[in-house]
Ligand binder design. Sequence first.
Ligand code: PSU
Length: 304
Amino acid sequence: MHDTPYVLSPAVAEAIRGGRPVVALESTIITHGMPWPSNLEMAVKVEEIITQEGAVPATIAVVDGVLRIGLERPTLEALAQTKDAMKVSRADLAFAVATGRTGATTVAATMIAAALAGISVFATGGIGGVHRGAEQSFDISADLEEFARTPVIVVSAGAKAILDLKKTLEVLETKGVPVVAFGSDEFPSFWSRSSGLPAPLRLDDAVDVASFQNARARLGLTGGMLVANPVPEASAIDNQTIEAWIATALADAEAAGISHKEVTPFLLSRMFELSGGKTLETNIALVESNARLAARIARALAQS
Ligand code: PSU
């Protein structure tokens, strides 16, 4: 019998009990963001990086109706090959649990689960945001509202460049969400280090990110924080190249009538095809870099 609405893996349970640093990881990036087998290789590598940095990785997913925080290797391998996993966000996390489904957690649902378990730091690739043309479609990711509510630090390479980044930053500001670019004056745009948009805030050290979040908590300021970590220089793709692929991918999505939750996975996989696999390489590199930084922030928080 469990008295919590989730099940911790033994390693994560021990780390939480001992006050050791833990980094949450999402699973939509595995089931909907990358093709097999790169998705599994990425998931395993990212967990290794977090371990090497002295923290404990906690990949989160709903498996047959159970919200699991920390996945054992066979579960991770099975999930990476599951074709029909739900993509669960705040609206349908409980639905997946109640109906015994297998669901991959988005940034929003992963933040909810992490906060439930007392995990304060989470690494991903790029958060969801305001889609281009949102003034017509109203397509705005539930990730943004989650930042306003749930006290988790999310390390990402900014928001995906397929989005309207200016509007994404506007919504985050309206919701009172701090956006901290790490070591940069500019807000990064996932595959590229720049976006042409100034970063609202800048910090250069993991310890300072931890102090900032502690200061927010002391002031009673609820909600999460976005730490936008530019993709490592060696893996970055320049903006012009990316924009050309995005234009084609968006036109293809429009022609195919893609909407709702399918938009982001469709665009990511189209970008992969158009770039001959380059966008995937960059995506993996940026997730690895974000995992390293998240582990350092988790360590700084554990020591503070
Ligand atoms: N980061 C990646 N790849 C992804 C995602 C993040 O590198 O696929 C996922 C996250 O789970 C995020 C989701 O929550 O994309 C955004 O989906 P939407 O735009 O439908 O809210």
